[in-house]
Design a protein around this ligand. Structure first.
Ligand code: ARG
Length: 456
């Protein structure tokens, strides 16, 4: 088949080079966006009088019929084509003859591909946001159910202070809410139109870039044609936003993995979301969570791929940039896959309140509350801290808990102690009293749930 750019060459392209150069196997997924961009371009060419109104209308009709044929499976993408742009244009010309050859007037594949990716990513961002919203909804629902389920909060993976399971979950809700914000920010900067930048230097035709930008739903045309064709910041920003989502999912996965171990047993995954071992009959493994954690690594890799690909490129377009698509598509595909598997896993897990409670009862996580009790009686915090440390050491020595330690042991340290201390270190009270804004008290968890739902 003759190349569209064959005029200058006296030899056929080497078949290995053809295969090496071709991107249709991965950019084929942008066919809808390519057609949308071409329809806007053809509309503008007609409006501006660059081609006749009849030609413009015929091209638009031709493009619409190609789209319909691809959608119903009547037209397959030709994997021997150089890329999706060449394929659609060649198909149009096959259908319309000379009229089809007018579509590419005052346009280059360089501004064409730049517009296609932006259009494609815009839809994907919406989908990722919707998946995140579903995930956050499940978090809110579960947190509401567990607003008063006591568990130990950790630092250094050591039991630290009492919190509620609902509070723990709502921390993740906040992270995913920020992730939605990051996607919105990326979209804002991405949503400007490179079409009309031409190959790099604009065009001598009287094109109307305002019109194409508007037709395609962009906020405005990009202001510099060199930048228009060589900017891939939006891919990097999106990959970075997706990396952050994956980092959050990965941390969450790590906790899920810990929580369903025999050591914790805070939760149990539904059988439909766990896997077995080929040799150990007793095993029930959290493969989904582990795979999400693993996939975070490859998405970070995609992010780095994009940065490294761009770092040495002189202006304007360079073929290196064809590599942008596999990286950003991989990040998108994987984050969508991860969220949509993670959410139902979360939704179906069983929470073992009693085990959380038992863990909270061991580890002296009410020691701060014991010290605070003395502070409320007038003792400076540092002194109260020291006395409580002594009490904890005594408990460890006697193999008991602060709750079970007799009052005379307390009194031996300071007369400020009376029976009220048991009230103060009672786990339910410890949590109930942590009503500071953003704290773990049941009423605060419910307020957090309300806050997040309002912002969804
Ligand atoms: N397939 C190419 C890409 O994805 C399209 C742009 C080609 N432009 C060019 N000057 N060779 O980047």
């Amino acid at each position: 088949m003759d190349k569209m750019w064959a005029g200058r060459f006296s030899k056929e392209t080497d078949s290995g080079v053809n295969a090496f150069n071709s991107s249709i196997s991965f950019d084929g997924r942008m066919y809808r966006n390519d057609i949308a961009g071409s329809i806007a371009h053809a509309t503008m060419l007609g409006e501006a009088g660059i081609i006749s109104k009849e030609d413009s209308a015929a091209i638009i009709k031709g493009l619409q019929s190609i789209l319909a044929d691809i959608e119903i499976g009547r037209l397959d993408l030709d994997m021997n084509a150089e890329d999706i742009h060449m394929f659609i244009e060649a198909e149009l010309t096959k259908r319309l003859g000379d009229v089809g050859k007018r579509l590419h007037t005052s346009r280059s594949r360089n501004d064409q591909v730049a517009v296609d990716i932006r259009l494609y990513l815009r839809t994907e961002i919406e989908q990722i946001k919707n998946l995140l919203k579903k995930l956050i909804t499940v978090l809110c629902d579960t947190a509401e159910k567990h607003s008063d389920t006591i568990m130990p909060g950790y630092t250094h993976l050591q039991r630290a202070q009492p919190i509620t399971f609902g509070h723990h979950l709502m921390a993740y809700a906040q992270m995913f809410l920020r992730d939605i914000g990051r996607l919105d920010d990326t979209n804002k900067r991405m949503n400007v139109c490179p079409l009309g930048s031409g190959a790099l230097a604009g065009t001598t035709y009287p094109i109307d870039r305002m019109l194409t930008a508007e037709l395609l739903g962009f906020s405005e045309p990009m202001a510099n044609s060199l930048d228009g064709v060589s900017d891939r910041d939006f891919c990097i920003e999106l990959a970075s936003a997706i990396s952050t989502i994956m980092m959050h999912l990965s941390r969450f996965s790590e906790e899920i993995i810990l929580w369903c171990s025999w050591e914790f047993k805070f939760i149990e995954l539904d059988d439909a979301f766990a896997t077995g071992s080929s040799i150990m009959p007793q095993k029930k493994n959290p493969d989904v969570a582990e795979l999400v954690r693993g996939k975070a690594a490859r998405v970070f890799g995609d992010n780095i791929t994009l940065l490294a690909m761009m770092k040495g490129l002189p202006l304007a377009y360079n073929k290196d940039m064809q590599e942008d698509k596999e990286a950003i598509f991989d990040a998108i595909d994987n984050v969508k896959l991860c969220i949509s598997t993670f959410t139902p896993m979360l939704e179906t897990m069983t929470v073992n309140k009693q085990n959380m409670r038992n863990a909270a009862a061991r580890g002296f996580i009410n020691a701060t509350d014991c010290a605070d009790y003395l502070v409320k009686k007038g003792m400076p915090f540092r002194d109260a801290y020291k006395i409580t440390g002594g009490l904890v050491a005594e408990c460890i020595e006697k193999n008991t808990t602060l709750e079970e330690l007799p009052l005379e042991c307390y009194k031996a340290k300071t007369d400020l102690f009376d029976n009220g201390v048991y009230e103060a270190i009672n786990l339910d009270n410890c949590v109930k009293c942590r009503t500071s804004y953003g704290g773990p008290a049941p009423e605060s968890v419910l307020a957090q749930v309300k806050y997040v739902r309002e912002r969804l």
